[in-house]
Design a binder for this molecule. Structure first.
Ligand code: RUB
Length: 321
């Protein structure tokens, strides 16, 4: 019953795995778009064009290929779930239209949610504030950009975020938004917290207990921010809520290759050591002041109520064979 996904799906999956496409929201919309491309390809080719069951199987196979790219950002399976649960129809053409329609609707909702969330988060920022950022989060940037659009003057201290230096992307985007940026190495964060009014980060997943899963280093930053008395917020659309954690599952933390940490050319000179490269960590809810979503802001400990509302019936895996 398995079908090889069409080329655009394989390309998107490869780009997610290699982090050419990265960040939880961006991964989610790329995955939804890839399913629409699979639907178009399957409706136009060979056996699937005239066989609704084969068409459905090819969409599920595409879902599995996309699901297997990276494990931590729950926005990816949430995107696949959204689109595949709306796949319906008797004929291949009906099925195709339902998938393409659901994919479009998902991407539109994602954009709208980010805008709404930005306005909510901007309310936490005051004119003249300096914010500190970690990694590159489009949800976190939406809050800062909305504050700037409201006429507030905001400046930023941007952590470079080893090993992949996503902080450079954040620095560039903030600069483009007219925000004065100071770039620092990660280990300088505590020193500069004294000059900062707010820490703003994103999330790859939010657990039912309010734990925030985000780029490695977020939890240390949160502990330091608390110690310095600097408020810290997570900007995360509700597609970052991790449904399986409602029933006690933990979120898998991606371990990436050691070549991101240590240059393979000089690796041999150091000889026999272990290198570990976890991409994410968990910030306990007590170190996070607020989770900002498109549905308002929540103390982390109360996010479970919103999760039950949104995923009360549990999370099916519509991509399963
Ligand atoms: C990105 C990261 C971001 C979240 C949120 O990690 O940790 O903070 O994904 O981003 P990576 P967004 O670079 O390893 O993908 O708000 O854009 O969804």
């Amino acid at each position: 019953t398995d079908t090889e996904p069409a080329a655009p799906v394989r390309e998107t999956a490869e780009s997610i795995a290699t982090m050419e496409i990265r960040g939880a929201a961006t991964i989610a919309s790329a995955a939804a778009e890839a399913l629409a491309e699979q639907a178009e390809a399957a409706a136009a080719s060979g056996e699937t064009a005239s066989d609704p069951a084969a068409f459905r199987a090819s969409l599920r196979a595409a879902g599995r290929t996309l699901r297997e790219t990276r494990p931590t950002a729950v926005s990816l399976p949430n995107a696949l779930r959204y689109v595949l649960q709306r796949m319906e129809g008797e004929t291949v053409d009906e099925l195709r239209r339902s998938v393409v329609g659901a994919s479009d609707a998902f991407v539109r909702q994602l954009d709208r949610a980010q805008e709404d969330l930005g306005r909510v988060g901007a309310n936490r920022l005051a004119d003249g504030d300096t914010v500190m950022t970690h990694c590159h989060s489009t949800d976190a940037l939406a809050c800062i950009e909305a504050a700037v659009e409201q006429g507030k003057s905001i400046s930023a201290v941007v952590k470079e975020t080893r090993p992949r230096q996503q902080g450079h992307i954040t620095a560039e985007q903030l600069r483009d938004a007219g925000v004065p940026v100071t770039l620092i190495v990660d280990s300088a964060a505590r020193r500069y917290l004294d000059e900062v009014d707010h820490v703003v980060v994103g999330a790859d997943s939010i657990a039912a207990d309010g734990g925030v899963i985000n780029k490695i280093g977020t939890s240390g930053l949160a502990v330091n921010a608390r110690e310095r008395g600097v408020p810290i917020m997570t900007a995360a659309q509700t597609i970052k809520l991790h449904p399986e954690t409602l029933t006690g599952h933990t979120v898998e933390i991606e371990m990436r290759d050691e070549s991101e940490v240590i240059d393979p050319e000089t690796r041999d000179e150091i000889g026999e050591i272990d290198v570990r490269n976890p991409a994410f960590d968990v910030t306990p809810p007590r170190y996070m002041d607020a989770i900002v979503t498109e549905q308002g802001q929540f103390p982390p400990e109360s996010i479970v109520t919103l999760m039950r509302e949104l995923f009360g019936e549990g999370a099916a895996e519509p991509w399963a064979e």
